[in-house]
Design a protein around this ligand. Sequence first.
Ligand code: SAM
Length: 328
Amino acid sequence: MNFNRTDSFGRTVDYLRISITDRCNERCLYCLPENYADWLPREEILSYDELLAIVRATTAMGFKRFRVTGGEPLIRAGVVEFIRDLIATPGVESVSLTTNGTRLPQLASALFNAGLRRINISLDALDPTVYRAITNGAVRSVIHGIKLVKELGFDSVKLNTVLMRGRNDGEIFRLLDFAAEHDIAIRFIELMPVSLTEMLSEKNFFPIAELLAQLRQADDPQPLNESFGFGPAKYFRLKKRGVTVGLIGALSDLHFCERCNKMRLTCDGKLRPCLGNHLETDLKPALRPQIEVAHLHELICEMLAQKPSEHLFRNNYQPQRVMTAIGG
Ligand code: SAM
C-alpha cells in the first residue's frame, strides 16, 4: 500500500509523540490545575502492545522519529522494556524521551542499556525553593539524573525550561551556566495555553524576544544554522559562556508551524495533528477488540490530511484537555 506522509500544506510529517500516561509525579503550576484529579481510568490507557501496533502502522507510512512522553513517562511500569521494543521496531530511526528527570537516578542506566540515546529533561529552575514552588518537587534528584545521563554518554541531552515572568526569569543565567558547565544544550519555551491553570496569563508570559535581548546584553549569541533535533527551536551559541541555547517561540514566532513535522498520540489513543487545536480522532476502534491495521492506516491518513496550517494559540484558544493528557 502506498501512503503519503505529506500534509495538505506540503509539510513532511514523520514524527510521532507518544504519551504513555496522563499521570505525573509533579504538579507544575503551568501544567496541571490545583487539585486536579481527573486522571483517566486505567482501562482507557493504551497497552504497550497497542502503542507498538500504532507505531508499526505509522512506520509503514514512513514515520521515522518517535518521542515517548506523558504525563511523566518514567512513572509507568514497563517503560524501559517498551522503549527497547520501540527502538527495535523496523522503520524506527530515532527514539527520544521527554522526562521531568526525577526518576532518572533509578532508571538512566536501564534506559541506556535498552538503547535509548536521546533525552530531554525539563528543568524550570535550579534554586530548590523556586523549583519546588513551580513543580512541587525536589530539584536535587533531577540534577543527579542529569549528571548521570551525561556520564553514561547519551548522544543527545537537552534541558527544557518553560519561561514564566515573575517565577523563573531570575533563574535564566544560572540555568545557562549550569548547562555550560555540563556541556548540555538548553531550550527556553514560551508558555502555551495548553491547560487551565492560573499561570497561563499574559502577566506570566515571557516572550523569547525579551530573552534574546537579555542574551545579547550579557553574552554574544551567534545564530546556528544546524538544527539540534527535529523540533521548532531556533538555536544560538553563546560565545562567552560556550553553551547552545534553543528558543521556542511557540506563540510569538509567526513561522512556528511552517516546518511542523509532528502528530501526537494521547495515552488513551487519540491522535492529534496539532497541539493547539481540538481536532483529534480516536484510534481505539481500530485497536479493540482486535487490532485492525487497515483501519489504523485509514484513521491516521484522515488526521494527516486535516493537519491545520497553524495552531490556534493566538486566537483565544481554550484547552479542553490538560497537557498531561495530551502529552507534551
Ligand atoms: N513529564 C515530562 C516532563 O516534565 O518533561 C513530560 C511531559 S511535559 C507535559 C512535556 C514538556 O511540556 C515539559 O518540558 C513541560 O515543561 C512542557 N509544558 C507543560 N506545560 C506547558 C505550557 N503550558 N507551556 C509550555 N510548555 C509546557
